[in-house]
Design a protein around this ligand. Structure first.
Ligand code: 13P
Length: 254
């Protein structure tokens, strides 16, 4: 059985004040969530704040990115040990905004994945195709390449202690959600790809969908057999929307 999982990726949004209000709202509504693991990923500078605010709740938190290096002359970067200092349990790696805006390669993402895992931080590995790639029929090829960068370097079992997020780039922040069938097709492809190497890992790994998940489409998406929850951008900044999405997780246990 895979636990439903909903993570909010706050991206570069928020302030001390708004984050505190947002978390108070999330925590206040946690009593209505019984099965879903709820995670928030604030901008790194607010992680200490979030650690304190989450101390007495079931809400967990993660970073939006992490360096693959341990320490040293890497201006602007944040290391796994720094995240561990603040008891961060998750780190998103390979988000499409990091791949496209910051030029992160599959190889770099695979290194970040391994560094996080080695430190006991669960990586949330993002994969997904652009609109052009989808239209040219290369979705599976692109997703396989992104996933194989990790599998080839670290072995398929490395995925057991990780979360995968399928985020079609054309659906991120556009309001253009993949249909449940479109998303399921790629999720099933990912699980099958993993199953060819390890049936056990394929059965265990949580595969989230991300890209314009909203309160009114979450339940349909999460009801698909290979969708185990979501990675939520915009809607994770609104308490009611985010918690409605978390509740949709509860009814989707696989
Ligand atoms: P939106 O939910 O705003 O489309 O963002 C999705 C995303 O990129 C989550 O990581």
């Amino acid at each position: 059985m895979r636990q439903p999982f909903v993570a909010g990726n706050w991206k570069m949004n928020g302030s001390k004040q708004s984050i505190s209000a947002l978390l108070a709202g999330i925590k206040g509504a946690m009593a209505s969530i019984s099965k879903t693991q709820v995670v928030v990923c604030p901008p790194a500078i607010y992680i200490p704040e979030v650690e304190a605010l989450c101390a007495d709740s079931a809400v967990k938190y993660g970073a939006q990115d992490v360096s693959f290096e341990q320490a040293g002359a890497f201006t602007g970067e944040i290391s796994v040990s720094m995240l561990k200092d603040f008891h961060c349990e998750y780190a998103i790696v390979g988000h499409s905004e990091r791949r496209s805006i910051h030029g992160e390669s599959d190889e770099l993402v695979a290194k970040k994945f391994a560094t996080a895992r080695a430190a006991g931080i669960t990586p949330i590995l993002c994969v997904g195709e652009s609109l052009q790639e989808r239209e040219s029929g290369t979705t599976e090829e692109v997703v396989a390449r992104q996933l194989n960068a990790v599998i080839d370097l670290h072995g398929v079992d490395a995925l057991q202690d990780s979360v995968i997020a399928y985020e079609p780039v054309w659906a991120i922040g556009t309001g253009k959600t993949a249909s449940p069938e479109q998303a399921q097709e790629v999720h099933a492809f990912i699980r099958k790809m993993i199953a060819e190497k390890s049936a056990e890992t394929a059965e265990k790994v949580q595969i989230l969908y991300g890209g314009s998940v909203k309160a009114d489409n979450a339940e349909q998406l999460f009801s698909m057999s290979d969708i185990d929850g979501g990675l939520i951008g915009g809607a994770s900044l609104q308490v009611e929307d985010f918690m409605a999405i978390c509740r949709a997780g509860d009814v989707s246990v696989k």
